[in-house]
Design a protein around this ligand. Structure first.
Ligand SMILES: C[S@@+](CC[C@H](N)C(=O)[O-])C[C@H]1O[C@@H](n2cnc3c(N)ncnc32)[C@H](O)[C@@H]1O
Length: 209
């Protein structure tokens, strides 16, 4: 048991044994869309922002073992959950409890360090309060967390690095595209899944040369 005061859910997904506390995001279609579309090469350094249960990074660490994986989450219970699930599945991840890149700022060696950065972001235009709600609640336009994420990316991303960002058709797309452009990112549509009237969309970003 991770926390005696909150309920836990045990599940097996893609051969991974996960234990997920009630206050941590349960992997869903957006998580699977991200995990299935990322390709990691040998020795690459991969950072997952908002790792939740750790499912995406653990899936990748199992599929592409000769890379280094780092995870962070603003929800402390999620960071603990990622760490515990890594141990449970005998996979190696370095985990931080951090609001976006705050934890990496204190470590000079993370400057333009990552080859790949992943974020299944809180993309919905909602302002729900609470730690679990931070998983989907993107505030005004669904961009409240995505804006500082994009604005600070070049601090930790290699100039040749790639970013995989999950958003929704409900996220404000004209503002999103403007954000990519003003921060010097090229963006490419990679894949999507439909959830009723909503599309969950995966973009790949790279720094314009
Ligand atoms: C949609 S969930 C995705 C969880 C997991 N990556 C997955 O795909 O199953 C978004 C995650 O981002 C985290 N998050 C939200 N805002 C954040 C921030 N400012 N810094 C770090 N993590 C954040 C949430 O706590 C949540 O775990």
């Amino acid at each position: 048991m991770i926390y005696p005061w909150c309920k836990l859910m045990k599940k097996s997904v893609d051969g991974l044994n996960l234990v997920i506390p009630k206050n941590v995001y349960d992997p869903a279609e957006d998580s699977f869309l991200l995990a299935e579309n990322v390709v990691v090469h040998s020795n690459q350094k991969v950072l997952e922002v908002g790792s939740g249960s750790g499912y995406v990074s653990l899936y990748l660490a199992k599929k592409f073992p000769s890379a280094e994986y780092f995870c962070l989450d603003v929800n402390f219970a999620a960071a603990i959950s990622t760490h515990q699930n890594a141990i449970r599945n005998r996979l190696n991840l370095m985990v931080y409890s951090s609001n976006l890149f705050t934890a990496t700022k204190h470590q000079n060696n993370f400057k333009q360090f990552f080859d790949i950065i992943l974020f299944n972001s809180p993309y919905l235009p909602l302002s729900d309060n609470g730690m679990l709600e931070k998983a989907w609640s993107g505030g005004r336009d669904g961009l409240e967390v995505i804006v500082p994420f994009i604005e600070n990316l070049s601090m930790v991303l290699k100039s040749t690095g790639l970013v995989y960002l999950v958003v929704s058709s409900k996220t404000n797309h004209s503002k999103l595209v403007e954000l990519f452009n003003t921060n010097n990112f090229l963006y490419k549509f990679l894949d999507k899944v439909s959830e009723g009237k909503e599309d969950i969309i995966l973009y790949q970003l790279s720094i314009k040369s």
